[in-house]
Design a protein. Structure first.
Length: 80
């Protein structure tokens, strides 16, 4: 399954994306799903198996929230 990582701004999305890519992960830059927020922001989508590395990001790059994409919608996994 996929997870969606939400950050406070595009600045943090891009910094986290760069850091995760340098760690060997393959994050996808995606629009924040409307089911999560009505804002027109961007988020990172990764594989669920990458969750430990995401939680291990430096404090200034940690996501505000992480959602699991399921067949029934989105399930919140982490809240800041």
């Amino acid at each position: 399954m996929k997870i969606i990582c939400i950050f406070p701004s595009i600045h943090f999305v891009l910094k986290a994306e760069k850091h995760l890519k340098a760690s060997g992960l393959q994050p996808d830059l995606v629009p924040v799903p409307k089911e999560i927020s009505g804002d027109c922001g961007m988020a990172l989508e990764l594989e669920e198996k990458d969750l430990p590395q995401i939680k291990g990001l430096p404090p200034e790059l940690k996501p505000e929230a992480i959602y699991l994409r399921t067949s029934k919608g989105f399930q919140k996994l982490l809240d800041s």
